[in-house]
Design a protein around this ligand. Structure first.
Ligand code: IPE
Ligand code: IPE
Ligand code: MG
Length: 254
């Protein structure tokens, strides 16, 4: 099968983005699929389908731009409380996405990773995910980090358990525990913290996303529903990010 290299379309990118100060890591709360569908009198499942299309485009744009990591919130630990049918559709779409997109992602050097309590996903989804992670693990391009059955609080609890186990087994001294060590125990271990968080469809909340990692992330909430969020929306968000003054608690002395 022949796959088009995304680099061939690189020149089509708008030039207003300063390529020397791109966010290394972009995190996205892909919200608003349901409202997008509702507005069109369509079933929510169609909104989720349209959401997958939006994801495909954004992954491609991030890859072309040379972003290092893209973390997308695809399913939260709280999303299990939705009707069974909707949960089923979301899981089916995940499996389908991985199956359909894997080769193109692989050909474009994307590394697929996942964060969350993956053991509780349906067997089929777990299987596709393991296959995708394994297939792309030696790539060196964009890291596409899928947050699946993910919750920031459960991630922190999980890290505390791992730390405690190390202490119990004598591998870790309590006094040596610091932020860096703790960071490594999180699902995101090894990845830089997000520089930019985008939430679509207007909600001003984190909904349990990356609670530890977002400590100094620039936050942007856009009104568009996720299925309407395209390449230009991402470019606009990056441009706004590039105008932000990140101080990390300090002050400018010059
Ligand atoms: C985001 O869209 C997708 C998931 C949470 C899985 P929603 O399904 O939350 O859409 P709204 O917020 O109801 O519009
Ligand atoms: C956050 O959206 C989770 C994902 C996008 C996967 P939700 O729609 O679940 O969040 P709330 O319920 O509006 O806070
Ligand atoms: Mg929502």
């Amino acid at each position: 099968m022949w796959f088009k290299s995304w680099n061939q379309t690189k020149n089509n990118l708008p030039d207003q983005v300063a390529m020397d100060c791109l966010p290394r890591h972009i995190a996205i709360i892909m919200d608003g699929n349901g409202r997008w569908a509702q507005k069109r009198a369509l079933p929510r499942s169609m909104g989720h389908r349209a959401g997958v299309e939006a994801l495909r485009k954004i992954v491609k744009t991030c890859s072309k731009l040379g972003i290092e990591v893209l973390t997308v919130y695809a399913f939260s630990t709280e999303n299990w409380s939705r009707p069974k049918d909707e949960v089923g559709i979301l899981m089916k779409l995940l499996t389908e996405y991985l199956r359909k997109e894997l080769e193109e992602l692989h050909q474009n050097n994307v590394v697929i990773r996942a964060i969350g309590i993956l053991n509780d996903l349906p067997q089929e989804a777990q299987h596709e995910l393991e296959h995708a992670v394994e297939r792309t693990k030696n790539n060196s391009g964009l890291v596409l980090n899928l947050a699946l059955n993910y919750g920031g609080r459960s991630e922190i609890i999980d890290a505390v358990k791992k730390m405690s186990q190390d202490v119990l087994e004598g591998k870790q001294k309590i006094d040596d525990i610091d932020e860096k060590l703790f960071n490594e125990k999180l699902f995101t271990g090894g990845l830089p913290d997000p520089d930019l968080l985008i939430r679509t469809s207007g909600e001003m909340r984190l909904s349990n996303f990356l609670l530890w990692q977002l400590a100094y992330t620039e936050i942007m909430v856009v009104e568009e529903f996720w299925p309407d969020f395209g390449e230009n929306s991402l470019i606009e968000a990056i441009k706004v990010y590039q105008k932000r003054d990140r101080r990390f608690g300090g002050i400018h002395t010059n």
